[in-house]
Design a protein around this ligand. Structure first.
Ligand SMILES: Nc1ncnc2c1ncn2[C@@H]1O[C@H](COP(=O)(O)OP(=O)(O)OP(=O)(O)O)[C@@H](O)[C@H]1O
Ligand SMILES: [Mg+2]
Length: 353
């Protein structure tokens, strides 16, 4: 396989990153070892320099090389495959540097919150940052029916030796990023367990295990994310106030293109990941930007993510007409209400005549 087909395959594999759960953990970031044997006066010096190979050019590009999030600490082998790899690059809207904002917040405050509409890449950027900084991810979707047993731990039989740590406790003991997705759907009992770990106390008391006190690892970071346009999402509620206070940095996410503001980078992304021509990619992004504008105005239940636009474009590149392809992708994704589907259909038509 030549290198261009290899990179095309890699692009393909990453198509649905985030939304389809295609999280490549195939490769563990490697280290290069440089050994230098030298002599200083009469002393022999053996130097071993270990350097992470984890995309150093990107550390420079985003200006995050100076923020080392786990100096002199190598994560245990048991969690090394939880450090993501080959995450497609996150395309930043013009004038923003979310990557740096997040990494800096973690460096100084250990935790931060991401807020933005569905499909703006919040989950994607967390994986991207975990790869760049070499941190394992402990992901908890607060919208699911996860119990405190799953999160803190439990006995699986009789006898003290049969205790199993839950996700949060494993994170406390090992470090890495605790990623709480859809944090505004968090159940009260879980928020209550988390609160003491998120403030200066930095520990959790396992009442279920003889009140064992578990301290938060010195390289244990927290990122929470949520959707502000939550009225149409069942189960969301305002974020627990105690929880909100504990987040010192809030970063607002937005789409690359909305309304009349069209991002050339998003057009390029759609073109590159699907193979459609520039004119088609431009129309797709324009239609998507209009749908997003209407979603943000409260007129539509959903705004398409770049991933959704790419899916639409893939079907066009495969030979469908733009409208046929839209039926199977973007129209169904927006809603299953036929009236809303009709509104979306009309918007799309207006960009392809
Ligand atoms: N700026 C971006 N650059 C590259 N890909 C992006 C970007 N924003 C979104 N995507 C792609 O769009 C899709 C949706 O992104 P993601 O799932 O991360 O959104 P989200 O903000 O977490 O949404 P939700 O609030 O619904 O969880 C993914 O396929 C992701 O890779
Ligand atoms: Mg998400």
């Amino acid at each position: 396989m030549n290198s261009s087909t290899a990179s095309q395959q890699e692009e393909k594999a990453s198509l649905g990153y985030g939304s389809q759960g295609l999280k490549s953990v195939a490769e563990i970031p490697e280290y290069v070892e440089t050994r230098i044997n030298t002599r200083l006066k009469r002393t022999r010096l053996n130097l071993v320099i270990k350097k992470s190979l984890s995309r150093p050019e990107l550390l420079e590009k985003y200006g995050i090389a100076k923020y080392n999030l786990h100096p002199n600490y190598r994560f245990p082998d048991s969690v090394r495959d939880m450090i993501p790899s080959n995450v497609p690059e996150y395309i930043t809207p013009p004038g923003k540097n979310y990557v740096k904002q997040i990494v800096r917040a973690l460096y100084y405050f250990k935790q931060c919150a991401l807020i933005g509409p569905s499909g703006t890449g919040k989950t994607h950027i967390v994986y991207f940052i975990a790869e760049l900084t070499g941190l394992p991810i402990w992901e908890i979707n607060c919208g699911l029916q996860t119990s405190t047993y799953d999160l803190c731990g439990r006995y699986i039989g009789l006898g003290k030796e049969n205790w199993i740590d839950g996700q949060i406790i494993l994170w406390c003991r090992t470090g890495g990023i605790l990623y709480l997705d859809e944090a505004n759907m968090m159940k009260q009992d879980i928020a209550a367990r988390l609160n003491p770990i998120l403030d200066t106390r930095g520990h959790i008391v396992l009442t279920e295990k003889d009140n064992e006190v578990v301290n938060r690892h010195r390289y244990g970071y927290v990122i929470i994310s949520m959707n502000p346009f939550s009225s149409e999402f069942v189960g969301t509620k305002p974020l627990n106030a105690a929880f909100r206070r504990r987040m010192s940095v809030w970063i607002n996410f937005d789409y690359l293109s909305v309304g009349n503001q069209i991002s050339p980078d998003e057009i390029k992304l759609v073109q590159k990941r699907s193979g459609v021509d520039e004119d088609t990619a431009t129309r797709i992004v324009r239609a998507g930007a209009e749908l997003r504008r209407q979603y943000k105005a409260g007129d539509l239940p959903y705004g398409p993510s770049p991933g959704d636009l790419i899916n639409w474009a893939v079907l066009i590149a495969d030979g469908s007409t733009p409208l046929e392809a839209a039926e199977e992708s973007i129209i169904g994704t927006t809603s299953d209400d036929v009236e809303i589907q009709d509104i979306v259909r009309r918007i799309i038509k207006s960009y392809f005549t």
